[in-house]
Design a binder for this molecule. Structure first.
Ligand code: SAH
Ligand code: SF4
Length: 384
């Protein structure tokens, strides 16, 4: 007699909890992860274990790329898209959308803002158009940016799938990085979120990534997490896919429904937004641990769920932030998803509030530097 017995339920809970913690601790201290290990990490559902994962990722980030957040001024220069992805608010089938294409001068002015404010790089993003007129326009803009800034500003493009010749031409005119999310590496799921036709071909997307790498781009890809029909196993495969293609940069974020899209009808089957947010952060953390020296972007979609979502991602392993510098008058028409943040804020305001939040999280902003992917540098040097 004497000491109070621990109630059986509490006792068994703490045994199970400790067992789960030990398993996570063991995985995090391994040199590599199996698909099952990744699935276990993605399935973490309590704050303490999630924080253990984020802490490990942050420690690796600090060691391999430093606690520096690089800015990429995001210019969403056109919402005109020939494609019809079932999840995207600017798909060609959304007839309620007001179409716009920024003029060359507007794009150069936005770039100038980024340059004067010592953002190391800009990202030029748009819907997917492959007409000669569009290809020429992007080419001219690239040349003008190179001329104006003497190549001081790094240029990333994110204009979808293009021919290898177009990618080459844009590279020769000064683009050095390209972002093309695979969205999901599972072919079945790919065709549940894209129309099944020749314009939305999974193999073409994989091939485009291969072409970008061959040409010499720092190549970025990524996924959406929390998609309808998506399983933890799918995301574990996505992580391994990104590792196997030896990607230089990753941009990933939570899927957020848009009422003017066909995928909206699946909204009741989605996991809650906060879980999509946590899943995105866990995916970022796992990628940081696995791919150590890549550039990992903290997606704007994180901020649509949590106002400080992008900064929280920096503590889970991300090292790139993309402040939106698209002129305010166009922002409401580049609604890839609903509740997109900061659509009313101009670039100056956006910069001010971001800087304060980043400082609060103890990160340094890498002003005036391109902030290239260290993974890419290493890959290039080992090719020599
Ligand atoms: N047209 C180009 C680039 C613009 S779209 C392309 O598709 O590659 C940029 C990214 O926005 C897409 O890769 C997709 O991952 C993301 N996106 C689109 N709709 C979204 C949604 N509903 N929720 C979250 N992200 C979305
Ligand atoms: Fe167009 Fe890109 Fe949206 Fe697909 S995701 S509809 S390609 S803008």
């Amino acid at each position: 007699m004497g000491s109070n017995p621990v109630p059986a339920t509490i006792f068994s809970f703490s045994v199970i909890y400790n067992r789960a913690y030990m398993q996570i601790y063991k995985i995090l201290n391994q040199g590599s992860f199996s698909k099952d290990d990744i699935a276990t990490l993605l399935s973490i559902h309590n704050d303490a274990d999630r924080n253990t994962l984020y802490k490990k990722a942050y420690q690796i980030k600090k060691q391999f790329v430093g606690n520096i957040a690089y800015f990429r001024g995001l210019i969403e220069f056109s919402n005109i898209c020939a494609k019809n992805c079932l999840y995207c608010g600017i798909r060609s089938g959304n007839t309620k959308l007001k179409k716009y294409e920024m003029t060359t001068k507007e794009i150069l002015d936005a770039m100038d803002f980024a340059w004067k404010n010592r953002y190391g790089s800009v990202v030029l993003q748009s819907g997917e158009i492959s007409t000669p007129k569009f290809v020429d326009k992007v080419d001219t803009i690239l040349q003008k940016i190179m001329d104006t800034t003497n190549g001081e500003i790094g240029i990333t493009l994110s204009c979808g799938e293009q021919t290898k010749e177009t990618y080459k031409r844009w590279f020769e005119s000064g683009a050095r990085r390209y972002l093309l999310r695979i969205e999901t590496s599972n072919k079945n799921l790919y065709y549940k979120i894209h129309p099944k036709d020749e314009y939305h071909c999974f193999e073409n997307r994989v091939n485009a990534l291969k072409n970008l790498k061959e040409i010499g781009y720092q190549t970025g890809s990524g996924i959406m997490v929390g998609l309808p029909f998506q399983t933890i196993d799918n995301i574990a495969d996505d992580i391994l896919f990104l590792k196997n293609i030896d990607i230089d940069m990753v941009g990933l974020g939570p899927y957020i429904e848009h009422s003017e899209t066909p995928l909206y009808k699946e909204k009741n089957s989605l996991i809650p937004r906060i879980e999509r947010f946590n899943l995105a952060l866990k995916t970022i953390a796992i990628l940081r641990i696995l791919m150590k020296d890549i550039n990992l972007a903290s997606a704007t979609a994180l901020q649509a769920i949590d106002p400080e979502g992008r900064e929280k991602a920096l503590l889970a392993g991300a090292n790139i932030i993309m402040p939106n510098i698209t002129p305010t008058k166009y922002r409401d028409d580049y609604l890839l998803y609903e509740d997109k943040p900061c659509t009313g804020e101009d670039a100056v305001l956006c910069k001010g509030c971001l800087e304060a939040r980043i400082a609060k999280y103890g990160e340094i902003i890498g002003y005036g530097e391109w902030g290239d992917s260290k993974h890419f540098d290493k890959r290039k040097n080992s090719d020599k």
